[in-house]
Design a protein around this ligand. Structure first.
Ligand code: NAD
Ligand code: WQD
Length: 340
């Protein structure tokens, strides 16, 4: 079975490649490397002992996509390729809609031309918006995320539903990720943000390695147990295995048609201060921090109900918070400058 992985050189994509290759899937990676390095793919090849068919290209380049489908026998597509900085999306919304929504449309059109009907989409917990209470369940109505990034995720989920209504052969899974952190246990692949990290764990590991002075904890008076925001953090390898579970499920359910959404999270809410304490306990490295004003757009607390993924996909997040911290730290300390 040949799987096209768009955005496969990125953080979640590269970890998913390891799992797919270990399970015997053949992969084709399509990535424009706007936020990734080809070095990640070389490292995946070393870790798995397999060769990756890599094509550098943009999902909005329809000729290149047509050529890709014409020259390979692709059965399924996992679509990671997107821009992902929530704050940045408010500064340049058109670029985000262009890349993330228009890019998804181009890919779906190329798939339709090539007669490929199996699609796994990288969605996000952000689609639930602020109106829904936690834990988030897949049966909830989607919210109206305030950021163009989040709105784009809702739009693409809607496009998939409409596509499935119009095309009775279309089969899609939307995976709604909560907060992936950590790295492959080898420490050879991991998250490599450009510039100042937006996300919590890369910031913490950069403080730990001495690249940043201190962490700024955004807000200390939220209505949570210790006043800091609560999220559902999951190990990126668990998330990667969730994609294999989705692909396996599509492959073993030939009569399935339509779109199914699954939350991929642990079901546990963890605060920012708990993350700091857990990192310090797992690594014995102290993190300097200062509590500052809340970050615009942050919700106080959300976490997943992940029962559907367990019942239907037979997938559960297995790795502990301590493993997430140890693996994130191994990656950062082995690669203080990421892939460069
Ligand atoms: P990432 O930036 O590491 O990976 C995205 C990859 O897509 C990169 O390799 C980038 O070069 C590539 N890319 C971007 N635009 C492209 C285009 N037009 N054509 C081809 N390639 C393109 O991000 P990630 O954290 O691995 O996220 C992967 C997916 O998961 C994204 O869709 C993201 O929105 C979604 N997601 C991420 C998180 C998270 O916390 N990391 C949470 C929820 C959802
Ligand atoms: C986690 C917590 C911050 C940095 C985002 C997107 C979401 C998804 C995952 C793509 C929050 C706090 C952070 C810092 C801090 N991405 N924090 N100091 O905001 O939950 O989710 O990434 O789909 O859509 O919104 O993740 O890692 O940025 O923040 O105190 O320097 O850490 O306030 O409470 P977030 P995050």
């Amino acid at each position: 079975m040949q799987v096209l992985v768009t955005g496969g050189a990125g953080y979640i994509g590269s970890h998913t490649l390891v799992c797919l290759l270990d399970q015997g899937y053949e992969v084709v990676v399509y990535d424009n490397l706007i936020n990734a390095s080809a070095e990640a793919l070389s490292r995946v090849e070393k870790l798995t002992g397999k060769t990756i068919d890599f094509v550098q290209g943009d999902v909005r380049d329809t000729d290149s996509l047509d050529d890709l489908f014409a020259t390979r026998s692709i059965d399924m597509v996992i679509h990671f390729a997107a821009l992902k900085a929530v704050g940045e999306s408010a500064q340049c919304p058109l670029e985000y809609y262009q890349n993330n929504v228009h890019g998804s449309l181009c890919l779906l059109e190329a798939m339709a031309k090539a007669g490929v009907n199996n699609f796994v989409y990288s969605s996000s917990a952000t689609v639930y918006g602020e109106a829904n209470p936690s834990p988030y369940v897949e049966t909830m109505n989607l919210g109206s995320p305030s950021s163009p990034y989040g709105a784009g995720k809702v739009m693409v989920e809607r496009i998939l539903l409409d596509k499935a209504r119009a095309n009775p052969n279309f089969r899609a899974v939307s995976l709604r990720y909560f907060n992936p952190i950590g790295a492959h246990p080898s420490g050879d692949i991991g998250e490599d943000p450009t510039g100042i990290p937006n996300n919590l764990l890369p910031f913490i590991t950069q403080v730990a390695v001495g690249k940043r002075d201190k962490l700024r904890v955004f807000g200390g008076e939220y209505p949570t147990s210790d006043g800091t925001c609560v999220r559902d953090y999951l190990h990126v390898m668990d998330l990667a295995e969730g994609h294999v579970a989705a692909i396996d499920w599509l492959a073993t359910q030939p009569s399935f048609r339509g779109v199914e959404a699954f939350n991929l999270g642990t079901g546990n809410g963890i605060s920012v201060l708990e993350i700091i304490a857990s990192f310090e306990a797992a690594t014995t490295v102290k993190i300097a921090y200062q509590t500052v004003e809340p970050r615009a757009g942050d919700l106080p607390a959300f976490w997943a109900n992940a029962e559907k993924a367990s019942n239907v996909l037979n997938w559960q997040a297995k790795r502990s918070l301590a493993e997430m911290m140890e693996d994130a730290w191994r990656w950062q300390s082995k690669n203080p400058n990421g892939y460069s």
